[in-house]
Design a protein around this ligand. Sequence first.
Ligand SMILES: Cc1ncc(C[n+]2csc(CCOP(=O)(O)OP(=O)(O)O)c2C)c(N)n1
Ligand code: SF4
Length: 316
Amino acid sequence: MEMESTLKKGGGETELMHPGHVACPGCGAAIAMKLALKALGPQTMVVIPACCWGIIAGAYPQSSLGVPLLQMAFAAAGAAASGLRAALDARGEDETFVMAWAGDGGTFDIGLQSLSGAVERNEDFIYVCYDNEAYMNTGVQRSSATPYGTRTTTTPGEQWKRSGKKNIIEIMAAHRIPYAATASIAYPHDLIRKFKKAARLKGGSRFIHLYAPCPTGWGIPSEVSVRVARLAVQTNSFPLYEVENGLHYTLNFKGDAPVGDYLGPQGRFKHLSSQDMDAIQKRVDEDWEVLLKRIDSVKLLKQPAEMRSYDRYREH
Ligand SMILES: Cc1ncc(C[n+]2csc(CCOP(=O)(O)OP(=O)(O)O)c2C)c(N)n1
Ligand code: SF4
C-alpha cells in the first residue's frame, strides 16, 4: 500500500493503462507498460510492432491504453517511430513523446536494422525493448536475447540454447546515443526514474532495455514473476546500469546471490545439471567483470594523467 502511494507520487497520478487487457496473469510486459506510462504521462504516443503487446492492447477499436497507439510491422518499430516523430514535429507538437515498444525478437533480431538506422540519425524518441528472452507471442521460440542454457520450443528434446545473449546495450551505446539504460519491473522506482530521465533528455535517441519475465514461457507461477525478475538483478544475471553518450556508465545495483537462486525456480532451466549451472555462473561472473572494467576504463579516460600522455603523443 505504501509502495503504491510512493509510486503514484513518483510517477504521476494519471493511470494510463486500464484493467481488461488480455495479458496472461503475472505478465512482466504488462507491468512494464503500466510503470512506463506512469513515468511519461498522457502526452505520449506508442508504436508497437508485432509482439505480445500487440495483442495485450486489445483489438481495435478497443484499447487498454489511455494514449494513442500505432501498431506496426514486426521489423519496423524504429522507422515507424521516426516517421511519427517527423509528423508530430511538422505539426508543431514537440511536447509529445514518441515511445517505441517492442519485444526482444522485434528489437535484438528482426527490428535491429531499423532501430540502428534510427538511432544513428539520433531520432528524438524513447525506444523500449521489453525483454522476455524469447518470441513469446508465437510460442516461445529462441531469440538472440535468449540466454545460454535456456530451453525453448526451437530447441526441443534435451537440446537447449548453446550461445549467449546478445549485448543490446553495448550495441546501442556504440551508436553514442544520449541515453541507454537497463531497467526491471522488480525495481519500479529505479525504472520510473530512468523513464523520467529519458524524457528529460528529449532531442535524441534514448533506449531502455526492460527486463520483463513471461510466466508462460519461463515455466514459473504468475505470482513469482516479480520475484524472479528481482533475482535476475540480485545474481548479476541482468545488471542495472546506465550509459550516457556511449561512454559514461553508472552502475545502479551490485548483486551477490548465486545464479542458481535465479535459475532454479524456472521451468526453462530445469534440464540443467550442476555442471551447467557452474558454467552459467562462470559466464555471469565474466560478464560482470567486463562491465566493471568498462566503467573503470571510462574513469581512466577522465584522468588528467591520461590526457597528458595523449597530448605528449600528439606532439611527436
Ligand atoms: C515478418 C514477420 N515474421 C513473423 C511474424 C510473426 N510474429 C508475430 S509476433 C512474433 C513474436 C514476437 O516476439 P518478440 O518480439 O520477442 O515479442 P513477444 O512476443 O515476446 O512479446 C512473431 C514471430 C510477423 N508478424 N511478421
Ligand atoms: S505469453 Fe508471456 S509475454 Fe506474452 S502475454 Fe503471456 S506472459 Fe506476457
